[in-house]
Design a protein around this ligand. Structure first.
Ligand code: ZN
Length: 145
């Protein structure tokens, strides 16, 4: 794991933030202009400014959400690609019986193979499959124990 917090470049985030700030400024300007007038035609211009600002804010939020979703999809594809390199089963110890041991933390909803990247570096506890499933945990979709 590289320890990255986000795969979205800072330049991309700044673009969304700039669009959101422009929208908020237009919205504030429209509100400020319309607050000081009682003439309906003047309020219409202000209302149009505020509406344009609202649309810009909504567009910035939507684009940021889509970019974040794409970043999550790329990260998940990377994890699945890494998991495809994992051995399919831990294999029996030399001369001993084959025992499948899987790991999870008490707060996890899924159990993993010990080599799964989603369990790496976490304070996991080893147990048999039946114990994890008895605790209500499901199989990990990445390492597929
Ligand atoms: Zn896993």
């Amino acid at each position: 794991m590289s320890g990255r917090r986000s795969t979205l470049p800072i330049a991309g985030r700044s673009r969304f933030a700039a669009l959101g700030l422009v929208g908020a400024a237009l919205l504030t300007l429209g509100w400020y202009r319309s607050a000081g007038t009682v003439v309906f035609s003047d309020q219409m211009v202000s209302g149009a400014l505020a509406a344009a600002g609202s649309m810009a804010v909504c567009l910035a939020v939507a684009l940021r959400t889509l970019a974040g979703r794409r970043a999550v999809e790329r990260r998940l594809a990377d994890l699945v690609e890494r998991a495809s390199d994992l051995p399919l089963s831990p294999g029996p110890a030399a001369g001993g019986p084959a025992v499948d041991v899987f790991v999870a933390t008490p707060s996890m909803g899924r159990y993993h193979r010990p080599s799964c990247p989603l369990a790496t570096g976490k304070p996991v506890q080893a147990a048999a499959r039946a114990a994890h499933e008895g605790a209500g945990k499901k199989r990990c979709g990445v390492c597929q124990p």
